[in-house]
Write a protein that binds this ligand. Structure first.
Ligand SMILES: Cc1cc2nc3c(=O)[nH]c(=O)nc-3n(C[C@H](O)[C@H](O)[C@H](O)COP(=O)(O)OP(=O)(O)OC[C@H]3O[C@@H](n4cnc5c(N)ncnc54)[C@H](O)[C@@H]3O)c2cc1C
Length: 273
């Protein structure tokens, strides 16, 4: 009897993998909306990163694959790597990436980088994580990292999207922390979450910049106004959101930091317009 050979074209890279690239196996895929999904994949034993950094991701579907920046959404202690992705219609990477299944191969360049790291902030009392859309991805790692709660007494994650369904990934994260035996003990009551959809819901959510400007962010959470002596912030979103939010933080006296010059807030683009 002839053996039946199962084609494994999708799981097996069709082109040689360059030396500066890892080829990893997808372990889980979850779709949230027509435009958002998360995936998890194996983590190479030699891959080290700081929670909040990003890496370049691609697919083994061409001799010169398209690589795009992706925030690592899992914390540095996790034995797998997690990513939260947009699906851009006709997007050179995501029109293919959105079709991945467990068992498929995803490529990742070996060197991570980024500014949304605890090292780029000076110590403080309260950490604000301001995100829109897929900008929540780096904070998905930060809120699951015990170091965050060593450094700060309070962590406030804000996530603004257009539609309610786009908030689900963040809501699931916060619920998962609460039901995780170890993390819930470390996090305790320190994590606050504020999700708002600007085109749906009752009452309709406001943009984060509006909430900072009119003070509703602070009154809703029962917090004092921004204070550079104790408040620290990370921002991840569109270019416009970054600019506007950073200007409000600067007006409150916060200063932008970097890896080589820690200060009171840091920013990273969630995508290039
Ligand atoms: C530092 C950094 C970190 C990033 N992290 C992530 C991440 O964690 N998850 C993620 O999905 N993307 C992230 N991106 C964007 C990502 O690099 C790609 O742009 C995205 O995957 C789409 O790739 P593409 O080739 O399909 O389309 P592209 O040609 O890259 O993009 C086409 C257009 O789609 C829009 N777009 C791209 N990405 C997004 C997005 N995330 N949200 C809304 N609109 C977008 C832009 O208008 C862009 O011009 C990041 C970008 C940067 C610079």
């Amino acid at each position: 009897m002839n053996a039946i050979v199962k084609p494994e074209a999708e799981a097996t890279p069709a082109f040689p993998i360059p030396a500066n690239v890892f080829a990893e196996t997808v372990t889980e895929v979850k779709h949230y909306t027509d435009s958002l999904f998360k995936f998890r994949m194996t983590r190479p034993a030699s891959f080290r990163f700081r929670t909040g950094e990003f890496a370049m991701i691609g697919l083994p579907n061409a001799e010169k694959p398209v690589f795009r920046a992706y925030s690592i959404a899992s914390p540095a202690w996790d034995e797998e790597l997690e990513f939260f992705s947009i699906k851009v219609p006709g997007g050179p990477l995501t029109e293919h990436l959105q079709k991945i299944q467990p068992g498929d191969t995803v490529l990742m360049r070996k060197k991570p980088t980024g500014t949304l790291v605890l090292d780029a902030l000076v110590p403080g009392k309260r950490l604000y994580l301001f995100s829109t859309g897929t900008g929540i991805a780096p904070f998905a790692g930060i809120i699951r990292d015990p170091d965050t709660y060593e450094m700060f007494d309070e962590v406030i994650l804000t996530h603004t999207t257009r539609e309610l369904a786009e908030l689900q990934y963040g809501r699931d994260l916060v619920d998962a922390i609460a039901s995780d035996e170890i993390l819930s003990e470390i996090v305790g009551q320190k994590l606050r979450y504020l999700g708002a959809a600007t085109r749906e819901g009752t009452p309709r959510g406001e943009r984060i910049t509006t909430m900072i400007e009119n003070g509703s962010l602070f009154s809703t959470l029962g917090l004092p106004p921004l204070d550079p002596a104790v408040d620290r912030a990370m921002i991840c979103g569109s270019m416009a959101m970054l600019k506007e939010t950073a200007a409000l933080l600067e007006a409150a006296g916060l200063e932008e930091g970097a890896n080589n010059k820690p200060a009171t807030y840091v920013v990273e683009r969630a995508f290039v317009d």
